[in-house]
Design a protein around this ligand. Structure first.
Ligand code: FES
Ligand SMILES: [Fe+2]
Length: 435
């Protein structure tokens, strides 16, 4: 559990908060490139770390991310005219370039130099692999982008999938740290006799409560969850939590994963959950033991799963299934035992449990068990990093070390007597070795 003060410290990310300052040290996935379809296309409302921003792609293709309220008298730049390499406020015509500088002030006398004194808050952006990254931190010369394999190798095989989760970012992220729920929430309806002996799914169905090894790593935390497989092996599920809000989950076979997730806070009570995968293999091409339901890409979602997009601050990437319709739970299906939840969709199941905790869960009232070890450790790590930044100015892990993000996760069968971390080093870091 966390005290109320610790919980607040961990969860709140608005301007000036310690955790908000920690996150502002890093580049953040802000907008998917195709949300700003073409030069001079429609501006977009973007809520990021509790700040209302307007994103626009200017005439030259550059993405601006600028404060919502016009520096003159506060009209929203969402209504602005995106024209001739800048966004022009429709109230009195002030115009701002992507870097926030005021490049036209038609309501002031031509000889006035007032224009040169006005600057809108605008954050640097960089576009790579279908993601517009934003840097909201204090440096004039931002750090490098993190070396995420699936973002670096991005091509037509890359899927960048986003879901809006109306709850605090930490609740979403903790769901990724929690490998045990796979056997209940998602696969509790899977009977042992329905799985193929010798597959990962079979081992999960046979032993629903795994044992855990949890370690601190240079980029955050990692875990190995293990359960008996063959007589002399364990099935290990190895995953990484990378600061400040990334996860590499243990689906599939380790070494073949090129995938990461991000829980990017829009504000304290709303999160965009990104999943970026590159070249996921057809399940039938996977090694025998990794074949099964979980090996399929959870990021592949049909557009029909989404509610119509709106231009509001929270109008992007909402699923049709939501708290308002109980995520379309089917009680008859739940009773039948074929589905543990009766809720269709893995991500929708995740949403039901994490969003139903409330916008920011009060962690004073929880009761953590042995399988919550990674959650405990990762919270402590985040709080310690925010404190070190706040009190001693210590730059948090990974900010200046983009290569730390060159990791892979996944499942593997290992002899029972080997050290899981050492035995998987080559597989976990193969990407780093080949580039
Ligand atoms: S409020 Fe924007 S130009 Fe006046
Ligand atoms: Fe899940």
């Amino acid at each position: 559990m966390l005290s109320r003060a610790e919980n607040e410290y961990l969860c709140r990310i608005g301007p000036g908060t310690p955790m908000g300052n920690l996150m502002r040290q890093y580049w953040l996935p802000a907008v998917r490139s195709d949300e700003l379809v073409a030069p001079d296309s429609d501006p977009l409302r973007v809520m990021l770390l509790g700040e209302q921003l307007i994103a626009f792609r200017d005439t030259n293709g550059k993405v601006g991310l600028i404060q919502n309220n016009c520096p003159h008298r506060g009209a929203s730049l969402f209504f602005g005219r995106n024209e001739e390499a800048g966004l022009r406020c429709v109230y009195h015509g002030w115009k701002f370039a992507a870097d926030g500088s005021c490049i036209d002030m038609p309501n002031e006398p031509a000889e006035s130099d007032f224009r040169s004194k006005v600057k809108a808050v605008a954050y640097p952006t960089r576009e790579r692999g279908g993601i517009v990254w934003a840097y909201m931190g204090p440096r004039t010369d931002p750090p490098p982008l993190p070396d995420f394999e699936a973002n670096l190798l991005a091509d037509s095989d890359t899927v960048v999938s986003i879901l809006h989760r109306p709850c605090n970012w930490m609740q979403g992220w903790e769901g990724e740290m929690d490998t045990v729920h796979q056997a209940f929430l998602h696969a509790g309806g899977t009977r042992l006799e329905d799985t193929v002996p010798g597959t990962f799914d079979y081992y999960i169905a046979r032993t629903r409560a795994p044992k855990f090894a949890v370690i601190d790593t240079p980029y955050g935390t990692s875990y190995g969850a293990y359960r008996p497989a063959t007589e002399d092996t364990y099935y290990w599920r190895i995953a990484h939590m990378l600061m400040p809000f990334y996860a590499m989950i243990p689906a599939g076979m380790i070494g073949q994963q090129t995938r990461f997730a991000a829980y990017v806070p829009m504000d304290d009570e709303h999160t965009l959950h990104w999943e970026i995968s590159h070249g996921l293999m057809d399940p039938s091409e996977l090694p025998f033991e990794a074949q099964g339901s979980e090996a399929r890409a959870p990021s592949a979602r049909a557009s029909s799963d989404y509610a119509p997009r709106t231009t509001g601050w929270y109008g992007r990437f909402n699923l049709r299934q939501s708290m308002a319709n109980d995520y379309l739970i089917d009680r008859a299906l739940q009773r039948s035992g074929r589905s543990y939840t009766g809720i269709p969709g893995i991500r929708q199941q995740d949403m039901a449990v994490t969003e139903s905790m409330g916008a920011i869960f009060d962690r004073e009232s929880e009761h953590l068990g042995t399988t919550d070890a990674l959650i405990i450790r990762t919270r402590r790590r985040m709080i310690a990093a925010a404190r070190a930044l706040e009190e001693q100015g210590v730059v948090p892990p990974g900010v200046d070390a983009p290569e730390l993000y060159r990791q892979r996760s996944g499942g593997v069968l290992l002899p029972r007597d080997v050290n899981w971390w050492d035995a998987t080093e080559a597989k976990r870091t193969e990407f780093a070795a080949t580039t």
